[in-house]
Design a protein around this ligand. Structure first.
Ligand code: ADP
Length: 472
């Protein structure tokens, strides 16, 4: 069984992840700082104790130069009292002096009422000094430092409460500030995450509103240039493309309906007129021929529409094959040769490039047929239609040139639009050039038209060459 996945928003996931990483890293840093500081504080306490003990031992030794240990004892007592008076009371300094056998001869300060026995290693002479923690029945431990001196031992103790308090204080600061810091960063993070995800919410809202009928809407762009802004721009570009193609489709549908309507109306009125009165048997074949002609034109028009729809859908990349252009263009010219003769035109062919493109031979045949058919159609008798090409810089460039009346400059932009018959008096569907252009585009190419008054028209087809290793 599959468990339902929790549906947390990106914002919540980001925030949880970010807070978890932050808490772990801050806790590690806090623990490290805490142990370091605690170590330093303990070391400071030991140093202070050592200094106290050494100073006292130094003073004792200096005094001893003048007499016996027993004689120095009264002086020591006085000196210790002075030290205790001047010492910081929070240290709870305790000082003791023991004989060489370990018997306590003097005890003052916090050692007055308790005796801290000297360690055996010190008494047995294994060591000259001993530092250890001792418990004098208090909540906090004392640190004791004992030193061997001539004629006995000096022992100094200090209370560790002050140090322990410092360490506890630092721990409390960390324990208190850590949740506070996490709370602050989590709320700051939440604001940041929400702010940066707001564009996504706006994109989602707009996308929900957009449908086939309001494709003009666009996703708001902030102009910040960040990733979300780039996404919004890309979506807008995509919407614009979809809008364009939907518009083109709408126009095409309307035009196609109109185009089909005209011959259909012609057929129905031909039949109506025929049926309006009694006809002789000879009249019917005449009428039927007229109807057949219109039906054929209708079928041609539907064929052209289907071809356009297919070429618009693009070439299936898996079914592209290497096609040599020269044989395709050569066959087209051979096919149109009789028509050119009939129209009293000269059809010149060549030179043709030894170029190979990746695509569909039948489609390319259609492309050049449409261009050559137009050139013959729009060139008056006595004119010349020439077809040629060359390969250059990874491209095949082929031209179909005629010496016809040309296309007016203001109409040149519209000739590739569907059903645009620019002042043409010839029969046609206005789909020949759009089909040719779609085929060129499906092959990654383009078609350009150039025309001047009385200088004829040249259509140039650009097609990308197949890689050199692809040969038919
Ligand atoms: P049509 O079926 O009308 O020929 P096309 O799409 O093939 O439709 O061409 C669109 C229009 O472009 C034509 O109606 C014509 O006005 C113009 N045109 C196309 N080819 C030529 C040409 N070689 N010389 C002059 N005009 C042309």
């Amino acid at each position: 069984m599959e468990w339902p996945r929790a549906r947390a928003s990106i914002g919540v996931k980001l925030l949880l992840g970010y807070t978890a990483v932050l808490s772990i890293s801050v806790s590690i840093i806090a623990a490290f700082v805490y142990t370091q500081v605690a170590h330093r504080i303990n070391r400071d306490a030991r140093l202070l104790l050592e200094v106290q003990a050494q100073d006292l031992a130094e003073a004792y030794r200096g005094r001893l130069e003048d007499g016996e240990p027993a004689q120095v004892l009264p002086w020591l007592q006085e000196h210790v009292q002075r030290l205790l008076r001047n010492a910081d009371p929070s240290l709870r300094l305790g000082i003791a002096f023991a004989s060489e056998s370990g018997e306590m001869l003097l005890r003052a300060g916090s050692l007055r009422d308790v005796e801290v026995p000297l360690s055996t290693s010190l008494l047995e002479g294994e060591r000259d000094s001993a530092l250890r923690a001792v418990n004098l029945g208090d909540e906090f431990a004392y640190l004791s430092q004992a030193l061997r001196v001539p004629g006995g031992f000096i022992q100094v103790v200090i209370h560790t409460e002050r140090y322990a308090e410092n360490i506890a204080h630092i721990r409390d600061v960390f324990l208190l500030s850590l949740p506070l810091l996490l709370l602050l960063t989590a709320s700051g993070g939440w604001l940041l995450v929400r702010g940066s995800l707001r564009p996504i919410a706006r994109i989602t809202q707009t996308a929900r509103r957009i449908s086939g009928s309001n494709l003009e809407e666009s996703v708001p762009v902030t102009g910040s240039g960040d990733e979300l802004d780039q996404l919004a721009t890309t979506l807008n570009e995509m919407l614009a493309r979809i809008h364009d193609s939907v518009e083109r489709m709408r126009r095409f549908n309307a035009n196609a309906a109109h185009e089909l309507r005209t011959p259909l109306t012609a057929i129905s009125s031909q039949i109506e007129v025929t049926l309006a009165k009694q006809r002789s048997a000879e009249e019917y074949p005449e009428v039927m021929r007229g109807v057949l002609e219109t039906v054929r034109a209708l079928a041609d028009s539907v064929d052209a529409m289907l071809r356009l729809a297919r070429s618009e859908a693009g070439l299936d990349p898996d079914h592209r094959v290497a096609v040599a252009l020269a044989p395709v263009v050569g066959t087209v010219c051979e096919f149109f040769e009789p028509l050119a003769d009939e129209s009293e035109l000269r059809l010149e062919v060549g030179p043709l490039p030894r170029a190979v493109v990746l695509g569909d031979a039948e489609w390319l045949h259609q492309l050049f047929s449409n261009l050559v058919a137009n050139a013959i159609k729009y060139t008056p008798a006595g004119g010349v239609v020439s077809v040629g090409g060359e390969a250059e810089g990874g491209w095949a460039r082929l031209w179909v040139r005629d010496s016809g009346a040309g296309i007016p400059p203001e109409a040149l932009d519209r000739i590739f639009e569907r059903y645009s018959r620019v002042g043409s008096t010839h029969a046609g569907f206005g789909l020949g050039l759009p089909i040719a252009l779609e085929i060129a585009k499906a092959h990654g190419g383009q078609i350009e038209a150039a025309s001047g008054p009385d200088s004829g028209t040249t259509f140039t087809v650009w097609l990308p060459l197949a890689a050199p290793e692809v040969r038919p």
